[in-house]
Every structure is written in structure tokens, then in C-alpha cells.
Design a protein around this ligand. Structure first.
Ligand SMILES: [Zn+2]
Length: 217
């Protein structure tokens, strides 16, 4: 039983790493807050409130976010542990999370800005179905063409370097208090990622090794 948080800037590969870690951790669920909120649009209890907030373009309140997460953590598959991806995003959320569960470790992916920029600016997306590829390590079978639907692949404006740099700056400022919070609790595990071309399996092995050292895997 292990309860983990994975944190890292966009393009750090946290989604990829989480889905590769889960099978090595007794198939614990990877809980992505983004996915959870999207799915909660159909929730009997909170669906309407969420739709309203999202349609207005405002953030869903912390109280609702916590309720949705709590409900998810009560499901059977999460009783053997979980990996939280994309949550918490603020100190307030981290403190609220303490009240519903005990986190064993927070994996902090430390990625230099230039590495994130190189990765994200190599991202391409299908115009038709939205599937995301990467010119560096998640290439389509045929250049410029989607494997799934044969749609055209293109670079989004927000994947251009200047836009990425701005997003990363915002991320760093927002997450520093969180990193400090988990550091003080003594449960932060830093995983360095200093190069663009480290294969995911190598990074996952590093994470698993760090978890084993703490007897969490
Ligand atoms: Zn496609």
C-alpha cells in the first residue's frame, strides 16, 4: 500500500512515468485531477456546479475539488494505494489533502527549464482527433500523420518556446511553496531529469529505486 503524489512541470513526463510505475506497484490507480474533474461533469452530486464553473471559465472551488477527490479515494481500487497526478496545486489544497489521507511520498520531478522547453516544443498534435505525439520520443509511424486516424499533425501555438517559458515560470512560482511543504514533512523525493533524451524506463527505474530505498515499493 503506497500513496504517492507526483509533481513536475509540463513536459516532465509525469503522466507517462505514473502509468509505467503503477504496474510495478500492485496496479494502484493513477488519479489525474484533470481527468477526474472532466469526469465529474457527469457526477450526480457535483456535476451541475462543475459545469457552471467551467462554462464561466472560473476555477472549481477547493471545497468541491476536495469532495470529488475524497469520493474517488473511497473507491475500492484506491484502497491499495494511488498515484495522484496534477494535485495538489496549492498549499491550501495540500493542507486539505492532509485531512482526508496520509501521503507516503511526493515525487518531485526536477527538470531544468531548457529541457522542458526542448521537450514541449517538440510536441505535435493531431488536428483531427487530438492525439499528442512528440518528435523526439513518441513519433508517429509516418511523419506528420496520425497513427490513429491519418489526420494531419501540427504544433499548437501554446507549444511554441516563448509560450512554454512563460507557463514554466508560472508553474515554478506556484509550486515552490508546495515543494517546501513536502520537504519539511520529510517525504519529498527529488528525481533529476537533466537531459531531453533519457528514456522513460530509465527515469521510472530511478523513481522505483528511490521508493524501494524508503521501503515504499
Ligand atoms: Zn488523429
Amino acid at each position: 500500500m503506497v500513496k504517492l503524489i507526483i509533481m513536475g512541470p509540463q513536459g516532465s513526463g509525469k503522466g507517462t512515468y505514473s502509468s509505467r510505475m503503477a504496474p510495478q506497484l500492485n496496479n494502484i490507480p493513477v488519479i489525474s485531477m484533470g481527468d477526474l474533474l472532466r469526469a465529474a461533469r457527469n457526477d450526480e452530486e457535483f456535476g451541475n456546479v462543475i459545469k457552471e464553473a467551467q462554462d464561466k471559465g472560473v476555477l472549481v472551488s477547493n471545497e468541491i475539488v476536495m469532495n470529488i477527490l475524497k469520493k474517488r479515494l473511497e473507491q475500492e481500487d484506491a484502497q491499495k494505494g494511488f498515484i495522484l497526478d496534477g494535485f495538489p496545486r496549492s498549499l491550501e489544497q495540500a493542507e486539505a489533502l492532509e485531512e482526508i489521507t496520509d501521503i507516503d511520498a511526493t515525487i518531485n520531478l526536477v527538470v531544468p527549464r531548457e529541457v522542458s522547453i526542448a521537450r514541449l516544443s517538440s510536441r505535435i498534435q493531431c488536428k483531427n482527433c487530438g492525439k499528442i505525439y512528440n518528435k523526439l520520443y513518441l513519433k508517429p509511424k509516418v511523419e506528420g500523420v496520425c497513427d490513429e486516424c491519418n489526420g494531419e499533425l501540427y504544433q499548437r501555438d501554446d507549444d511554441k518556446p516563448e509560450a512554454i517559458e512563460q507557463r514554466l515560470k508560472v508553474y515554478e512560482e506556484k509550486t515552490q511553496p508546495l515543494i517546501d511543504f513536502y520537504n519539511k514533512k520529510g517525504i519529498k523525493i527529488d528525481i533529476e531529469c537533466n537531459s531531453v533524451d533519457i528514456p522513460p524506463e530509465v527515469q521510472v527505474e530511478k523513481i522505483m529505486k528511490a521508493l524501494k530505498e524508503k521501503e515504499l515499493a
